[in-house]
Design a protein. Structure first.
Length: 697
């Protein structure tokens, strides 16, 4: 028996981007473990990825090209050859390109975070065709845009420093489920005497294990941040030297913060005055005493109307108290801005000929149903979906499904499994998993460039995304040499070696070791040097003013809340959020039997007061609904959900739920204040007992 160990990287949409060691016996991957030598992975994997072989060798894995034989959405297919599949796709796309190339739309996101298998050969192909562009905003652009206005780029506290913090505020995230290796550092800090505070509408697994949980109302995070500023300024818990040297706009910020006294903030956020005051005092006084204080923001808090301003307001706090002076202080939203990824070289936007139409992936439901018009451009005639599952994950799912059900829409899906979206495809193409192809990765939770080596040969007739688009390019008659570059050649271009942070990047050595750390200072903004226009932390942003936004941090109420929309709340009085299930990652891993067995079935957490008002008991099947749609799941009566809030942990495949629906039946396609991002957690619903005869899946 021949046994080898292959260095790989977790490809999924998670900050941890773990270094993997794959054991291969006689060509079969038998085990996936965390690399004990990688400083952030430290030999530990989440439950999901530790079972990656179960996913790769799953009995339902797509291994051959398929052609639809039933109605769209039925999921009935027949096996065909690659030649048949490629000819069918090429013939249809050629016909569209001749008339209106922008009627072709790619739809993809972070099914893999790889720089090669994500968006390299794929975008070369679509740019050359002249297809519509996709605005890939479904996760992080509200916060990323706001953070850039304030800090200058997605740079923050190094993960490897958090264990040295003395106060860690975990704001809008549940790292036990979605950022395990940060949580390990936070636990070490706790053992060393640090205090952990969670700010989250829901008492998550993480919030339960912190010293304090502040359960604010969804969408009110900016108000809380402004309230903290009010107290910090009023009680002079500030680092005046840091403010004077390394920030701009303090006087204007002071005036804005004065509008948010603790009593007003407590009313907006649905918390106590003492919670506002004490958090500000703890944060400011510890920083004044020279203790490192850190904030770990995550993406939950930005999925509301004012999500950008929420991130911007929080991002101002470290500069007010001088927390950036310490390696273990400051704030982390994402570290991705530190990586000099060579996206232009990989994706070749220069191939675009003339202005291109852009479709926002969040509004795909509406856009698939639009006709040709001067404002919109040509009707969408073809969608090629890869690295995504929009029928399950995009908001206002009834509209999304209606769009994909169009008989005149030609849909191609590259996938590992027959997902909800694949059920609507005309052609399904089998793609390789991470164990079967080459890739290069950056991270958004640590500072290591990462390599993925293929551990096994592709199963069945599966092919890497890159190879599929090479083959399609050839069938379309595209003979530019850029379509001949191999995955190894693409990976060798992944990072810009002319950038000082990656001057040591070399693909061959990266492959051998698996990971290389960026050249970054331990405390990136200890002496200013923010990558903003002013070189300082911008409390007041001239760029925001030019872009038609409020140049100062501000509180923007939700579209849908009891306070901001009383008429809607009279019909739908409960706020709903839908954060990730611990053992799923967006819609990935939902079909892995052992993980789904752990989660059981879709649930809705509801507060005892709210359940009693509706005659709902623990374990009852309930219907959650608003004007956009409805779905059914089992109620869990618990005070983990604050009063007035229900929590539907997600994202379930619709076909695996009791009624063939999930939480996105009721979410909205409305966008955030900046970044054109989704408002998944800006949703009002009503809940009632489901009709008799409704049973779990």
């Amino acid at each position: 028996m021949t046994t080898t160990t292959v260095r790989a990287t977790c490809p999924h949409d998670c900050p941890d981007t773990c270094a993997l060691l794959v054991t291969v016996e006689n060509g079969v991957a038998t085990e996936v473990k965390g690399d004990p030598d990688h400083p952030t992975t430290a030999g530990v994997l989440c439950t999901k990825v530790s079972r990656y072989t179960e996913r790769t060798y799953h009995q339902d894995r797509l291994l051959y090209p398929l052609r639809r034989v039933g109605k769209k959405g039925e999921g009935k297919f027949e096996r065909i050859s690659w030649d048949e599949a490629l000819d069918t796709i090429a013939d249809r796309l050629k016909s569209i390109v001749r008339r209106a190339p922008q009627a072709i739309l790619p739809y993809s996101y972070a099914g893999t975070m790889g720089l090669v298998q994500g968006e390299s050969m794929a975008l070369r192909f679509f740019h050359t065709l002249g297809a519509s562009l996709l605005d890939r905003t479904i996760c992080a652009t509200a916060g990323g845009t706001a953070y850039k206005y304030t800090i200058g780029g997605s740079i923050g506290t190094d993960l490897e420093q958090f264990q040295n913090s003395k106060l860690i505020v975990i704001w809008g995230g549940n790292p036990i489920a979605s950022n395990l290796h940060f949580w390990m550092r936070a636990q070490e800090a706790k053992r060393r005497g640090a205090r952990l505070i969670a700010i989250d509408p829901y008492r998550s697994l993480t919030a339960e294990k912190c010293h304090q949980h502040i359960a604010l109302l969804p969408g009110t995070d900016a108000a809380l941040a402004l309230g903290l500023m009010h107290v910090l300024i009023a009680e002079d818990l500030l680092d005046h030297a840091y403010i004077a040297q390394y920030t701009v706009g303090f006087d204007q910020l002071k005036e804005r913060a004065a509008e948010f006294p603790p009593a007003r903030v407590a009313e907006i956020c649905g918390i106590t005055v003492d919670e506002v005051i004490n958090l500000a005092r703890e944060y400011g006084s510890m920083a004044r005493a020279g203790e490192p204080v850190a904030i770990r923001m995550n993406y939950g808090l930005q999925r509301v109307r004012g999500g950008g301003m929420s991130v911007r307001s929080i991002a101002c706090l470290p500069a007010l108290v001088g927390a950036w002076r310490h390696p273990a202080g400051g704030v982390q939203l994402s570290t991705s801005g530190g990586f000099p990824a060579n996206k232009a070289g990989l994706q070749r936007p220069d191939l675009l000929k003339g202005p291109a139409r852009t479709i926002n992936m969040v509004t795909i439901g509406d856009d698939l149903l639009k006709e040709t018009s001067p404002e919109f451009g040509p009707k969408i005639e073809a969608v090629i979906v890869y690295n995504s599952n929009p029928v399950a994950v995009a908001p206002e799912s009834p509209r999304v499904a209606q769009g994909f059900a169009r008989e005149d829409l030609f849909t191609v899906v590259l996938e590992h499994f027959q997902t909800d979206t694949a059920d609507y495809a005309d052609i399904v193409l089998p793609a390789t998993t991470q164990l079967e192809h080459t890739d290069a990765h950056l991270a958004y939770g640590h500072l290591y460039m990462m390599a993925n080596n293929p551990a096994i040969a592709p199963l069945g007739e599966a092919k890497p995304n890159t190879e599929i688009f090479r083959l399609l390019a050839a069938r379309m008659g595209l003979d530019d040499p850029i379509f001949k570059e191999t995955d190894e050649q693409l990976a060798a271009q992944a990072f810009d070696k002319n950038d000082a942070k990656a001057i040591h990047f070399d693909w061959e050595s990266l492959k051998r070791k698996g990971w290389q750390k960026l050249n970054m200072p331990a405390a990136p903004f200890a002496e200013g040097g923010f990558p903003t226009p002013s070189g300082k932390c911008e409390f007041y942003s001239e760029q925001m003013l030019k872009d038609g936004l409020d140049p100062l941090p501000a509180y923007i109420p939700p579209y849908e809340s009891v306070a901001s929309n009383s008429a809607l709340a009279a019909k739908y009085p409960l706020a709903m959020i839908s954060p990730p299930q611990r053992n799923f990652l967006n819609s990935t891993f939902v079909n892995v039997a052992s993980l789904r067995a752990t989660e059981g079935e879709p649930h809705l957490d509801i507060h005892p007061h709210d359940s009693a008002q509706r005659g709902i008991e623990n374990g009852d099947m309930v219907r959650i609904f608003n004007d956009r749609g409805s779905f059914v799941c089992k109620a869990r009566v618990t005070d983990k959900a604050r009063r007035g809030l229900v929590v539907g942990l997600s994202v379930w495949w619709k076909k695996l739920a009791a009624d063939g629906k999930n939480a996105n039946e009721v979410t909205s396609q409305r966008l955030t204040d900046m970044g054109r991002a989704p408002t998944f957690y800006d949703t009002l619903v009503q809940v009632e007992k489901a009709a008799a005869g409704t049973h779990p899946a």
